[in-house]
Design a protein around this ligand. Sequence first.
Ligand SMILES: Cc1cc2nc3c(=O)[nH]c(=O)nc-3n(C[C@H](O)[C@H](O)[C@H](O)COP(=O)(O)O)c2cc1C
Length: 159
Amino acid sequence: MKILVAFYSRSGNTKRIAESISESLNCDIEEIVDTEKRGGVIGYIKSGYEAFRGKSSKIEDTKNDVSQYDLVIIGTPVWAGKMAVPIRTYITQNHAKFNNMAFFSTAGGTNFDSTFSDMKEVSGASPIAEIGVRAKEVQDGSYKPKIAEFLTKIQQSDK
Ligand SMILES: Cc1cc2nc3c(=O)[nH]c(=O)nc-3n(C[C@H](O)[C@H](O)[C@H](O)COP(=O)(O)O)c2cc1C
């Protein structure tokens, strides 16, 4: 199964999980790069507001054609209960081209339901697996069993 991990990360948590998944699966990885400045307090407030309002942004051109992959695993931080703005843009731009999808997300809190619902609605997909990881679990390394479970689901779907 040809797999791509595509992710956006503002402060590194989602990136760390994306790299862990792509290393475990030995698959391609694509970092979505936003053209908007999102640093600092102003960037935080602007990002939360835009995510809440379901806005898109301009992202840099991506390297990989998602239609060439059997599975695209998409990772996003939770922003205001939704997916991050650059991920909304990426999914919207590619939504007709995905084959299978799986989702992962990182958040300060424990509620990932509205983010995954948002991603399902915009992509029109039923993901084969989804996993939410708390920022704290990323930082102390305790996310690993969750990722192992996520990878098992993905591998089982290939049988
Ligand atoms: C603009 C913004 C909005 C956020 N909104 C939420 C939220 O609604 N719920 C939550 O649990 N965490 C929220 N967070 C925390 C992030 O989801 C969390 O820190 C995540 O791990 C950041 O991922 P990153 O390091 O890959 O950017 C928010 C963070 C930002 C920057």
